[in-house]
Design a protein around this ligand. Structure first.
Ligand code: TRP
Length: 340
C-alpha cells in the first residue's frame, strides 16, 4: 500500500526562473500525486562554496535566511503542496549532519576526488581554496536522500554522478553492517524541454547569465523580457522572411503555444508575421500559463505566518522519519543508543 518515496533538494541561491520551473519544479508538482515526496531546501549545501558578488556562500551568509524563505515562497507558488508533500529546510533536521558524519567515515576519498561536479564547481566558481565540505558535497547529498530512505531522486543529468555515489554508499553501508538499512536509490530522469535564455537559443536560461525570466516577475516585467528576446537578426522588416530555428521567441512558442507553433513557423518563414506581434502573442500565452502561480504567490506573501508553519510542520514530520533511520543506523553500527 505504501507509496515509494521521492526525495529532492534545491540550493537557496536566489530567485527561480522559467528554466527551473520547466526543468524541475513542474515535474516535482506532478510527482506529489504518485509518490510520498520529501522536498528540502539545502541551506547547508549553499555553504559549500565561498559565495560573494551577491551569491550566498560561507563568506557571504548575510542573505541566507532571506534566500531560504524566497525559495519556499517559489515552491508553494508553483504548487508544491504541504498537504501532499513534506516540505522543509535541510538544516532544521540535524540528524542529517549526524548521518553525514558517519557516512564520511566510509566514503572513500577517491570517490569524492573523481566526482566530476567537484572539478566543475572549483573551475566555474573559481574557488581558490576548495574546502573539505565542498569535496564532501555528495556525501552530504547522500545523507539527505538516505536519511529519508529515498527510493527515487528526480534530478537532471548533471546530478547523476551524485546519485550514483549515493547508491554506492548505500550498498557499502548495507554490506559493511550486514543489514539493508538503506534502499538503493534510483534517478528519476525526466524529459526536460530545452529552455533557452532570452539572449539566444544556444544559451541556457540561468541565474548567473542574467538571461532569465524569474518566477517572481510581474506580468509587465515578463512582457518586457519577452519583448527583449533575441530573434532572427536578418529579419528586419515585418515582411522579411524569418528563420524560426534560431529564434528564442519561436522556441518559447513551442513551450507555451504549442498548438500554434506550426502556423507560426509558416507565417514567419513566409514573411507574413512580424516579430513585434509574435512577441506579444507569446507574452500573452506565457502570462496566462503563469497566472495561477502569481495568484498563489500573492496569497502566500500576505501570510508569512502560514509559510513558517508549513516549514516547521515539514521539519517535524521529517524529523520523525530521521529519528527512526538514525536508530537503525546506531543499532547496526553498534553505537550506543540515544538513551542507554
Ligand atoms: N546537488 C543538488 C543540486 O545542486 C541539490 C541537492 C542537495 C539534492 N541534496 C539533494 C538533490 C538531495 C537531490 C537530492 O541540484
Amino acid at each position: 500500500m505504501s507509496r515509494k518515496r521521492v526525495t529532492s533538494g534545491m540550493r537557496p541561491t536566489g530567485s527561480l526562473h522559467l528554466g527551473n520551473l520547466l526543468g524541475a519544479l513542474n515535474n516535482w508538482v506532478k510527482l506529489q500525486d504518485e509518490y510520498d515526496c520529501f522536498y528540502f531546501i539545502v541551506d547547508w549545501h549553499a555553504l559549500t562554496t565561498p559565495g560573494g558578488r551577491g551569491a550566498v556562500g560561507y563568506e557571504n551568509v548575510g542573505s541566507l535566511r532571506d534566500r531560504v524563505m524566497e525559495l519556499a515562497v517559489d515552491w508553494l507558488a508553483v504548487g508544491l503542496d504541504p498537504n501532499k508533500s513534506t516540505i522543509f529546510i535541510q538544516s532544521q533536521v540535524s540528524e542529517v549532519a549526524e548521518l553525514h558524519l558517519l557516512f564520511s567515515m566510509i566514503t572513500p576519498l577517491g570517490w569524492l576526488e573523481r566526482n566530476p561536479t567537484y572539478k566543475d564547481m572549483v573551475q566555474s566558481y573559481k574557488i581558490e581554496y576548495p574546502s573539505y565540505g565542498l569535496l564532501g558535497y555528495p556525501t552530504l547529498q547522500s545523507a539527505d536522500i538516505l536519511l529519508y530512505k529515498g527510493d527515487y531522486v528526480p534530478v537532471g543529468k548533471d546530478q547523476e554522478a551524485h546519485v550514483n555515489m549515493t547508491r554506492d554508499l548505500a550498498a557499502r553501508f548495507n554490506s559493511l553492517y550486514g543489514r539493508d538499512v538503506f534502499p538503493i536509490t534510483e534517478v528519476l530522469l525526466t524529459e526536460v524541454p530545452k529552455v533557452p535564455g532570452i539572449d539566444g537559443v544556444d544559451r541556457k536560461m540561468s541565474k548567473s547569465s542574467g538571461n532569465y525570466i524569474a518566477l517572481s516577475f510581474t506580468e509587465e516585467e515578463t512582457t518586457e523580457k519577452v519583448k527583449s528576446m533575441f530573434t532572427d537578426p536578418v529579419k528586419i522588416r515585418k515582411n522579411d522572411p524569418g528563420h524560426p530555428d534560431g529564434c528564442v521567441v519561436y522556441t518559447f512558442h513551442g513551450i507555451y503555444n504549442r498548438e500554434n507553433q506550426q502556423t507560426i513557423r509558416k507565417e514567419c518563414e513566409g514573411g507574413e508575421r512580424g516579430c513585434v506581434a509574435c512577441k506579444m502573442e507569446l507574452a500573452e500565452k506565457m502570462n496566462g500559463a503563469l497566472r495561477e502561480m502569481r495568484q498563489r504567490r500573492t496569497e502566500i506573501e500576505k501570510n508569512e505566518k502560514m509559510l513558517r508553519e508549513v516549514l516547521n510542520d515539514g521539519a517535524s514530520r521529517a524529523r520523525r522519519v530521521a529519528e527512526a533511520t538514525m536508530k537503525d543506523v546506531r543499532d547496526v553500527m553498534n553505537l550506543p543508543p540515544r538513551e542507554l
